[in-house]
Design a protein. Structure first.
Length: 100
């Protein structure tokens, strides 16, 4: 299994319509055929010193293999999301992990 975790920090001045468009894209990304399982969300209301809350939206996708994650990266839906939304965030952090 490969876990692809993406943490977006949307621009604070992002218009509501653009924020809504970004949020509408999230379930479409989870629905891409090579995705085994997926989750989208926002920071939880938890408060411990070890928690990094420096993001506005999370996208966590699970793939059965690195090849399926590679297919996701070039999927037309993913490409369209990036083309339409890449100006919406001021920072994006990506963490890929694989089970041993």
């Amino acid at each position: 299994m490969l876990v692809h975790a993406v943490y977006f920090s949307l621009r604070p001045d992002l218009p509501a319509a653009d924020r809504a468009l970004f949020e509408a894209w999230q379930p479409q990304l989870v629905a891409i055929g090579s995705v085994h399982a997926g989750y989208t969300g926002v920071p939880a209301d938890t408060d411990r010193a070890v928690i990094d809350r420096a993001y506005t939206h999370a996208l966590v996708l699970v793939f059965r293999s690195a090849a399926e994650e590679a297919a996701y990266q070039v999927d037309p839906v993913h490409d369209q999301f990036r083309a339409e939304c890449h100006t919406f965030w001021e920072r994006v952090r990506v963490f890929d992990s694989i089970s041993g």
